[in-house]
Ligand binder design. Sequence first.
Ligand SMILES: Nc1ncnc2c1ncn2[C@@H]1O[C@H](COP(=O)(O)OP(=O)(O)OP(=O)(O)O)[C@@H](O)[C@H]1O
Ligand SMILES: [Mg+2]
Length: 312
Amino acid sequence: MTDTTSAGAAATAVAPGGKALLEVDDVTLKFGGLTALNGVSFEIREGEILGLIGPNGAGKTTCFNVMTGVYQPTSGQVRFEGEPLTGRKRHKITRLGIARTFQNIRLFRTMTVKENVMVGADARHKTSVLGALFRLPLHRREEHEGSQLAQELLDFVGVKVDADELAGNLSYGDQRRLEIARAMATKPRLLCLDEPAAGFNPSEKQRLMELIRKVRDQGYTVLLIEHDMKLVMGVTDRIVVLEFGKKIAEGTPEEIRNNPAVVAAYLGVETDEVGEAVEHGGTDAIDAVVSGDAADVVDHHHHNEEEGTDAS
Ligand SMILES: Nc1ncnc2c1ncn2[C@@H]1O[C@H](COP(=O)(O)OP(=O)(O)OP(=O)(O)O)[C@@H](O)[C@H]1O
Ligand SMILES: [Mg+2]
């Protein structure tokens, strides 16, 4: 379809990992008349950072929800280490090794920072609610280990406040990082982050990018939903692009950057208009897309359209 591989391939690092850890296989998900995912297939390879991008409403979060058992696909299936997740409950999927954070922060604001992380660790524990009530030895040991693990994870993600502080008192950035710590406390193989840098300033984004790399270097596989193209391009090994519930592209950051269908999706135009749109918007259009100011580009393009201006 495109011939963007020849120029970019030589400079592109080989994506790590070979074996598929998770496979999304021809997944369709319908909400009544709306097809949120339409025959989507891709794989997440062991040890890689895979970006999942696309305009608002493209189906990215829905994809997470299907992978974590929130929704069952209308057709198709998701497999984790070759095992179909069909019909599995959310806690079972957590135990298999898939953890996630949420686009809208979900913390227990009136619980402490440490307790919030330990909720994640609890998803792994063997003791029952009864064990907790009667404070059986195994439970006490797990509680102690959980507390230690919580502090280690807080240090790891860079939350520097007292672990006994209430989560609701944390800064917005620390709340986002706390969510990552909580997800990591389930000891996942695959960590799925849904817009972890939403609302961050450039320096916070830079720090987050470093954290995501550090997470991967610890042996985790990472799936990242992120609107900031600069962040996505800088941190991922491969990228899958959704638009209106369909996969429209897949490749290395370099391939995605130069893919006309992707540029068109972000500009809000047809693929065959990309050349024209780029001419009208100049290289500013692509730069803005790549630097994450896609909304500006769409405005810019529409502005040009309305005024019928011509850059040349
Ligand atoms: N529970 C639901 N019931 C009905 N429609 C839904 C539901 N969840 C999502 N949708 C619809 O499915 C489509 C995909 O939504 P989704 O949240 O996956 O998009 P997204 O790519 O994550 O977008 P954003 O970048 O805005 O977060 C949208 O049209 C959305 O309105
Ligand atoms: Mg979303």
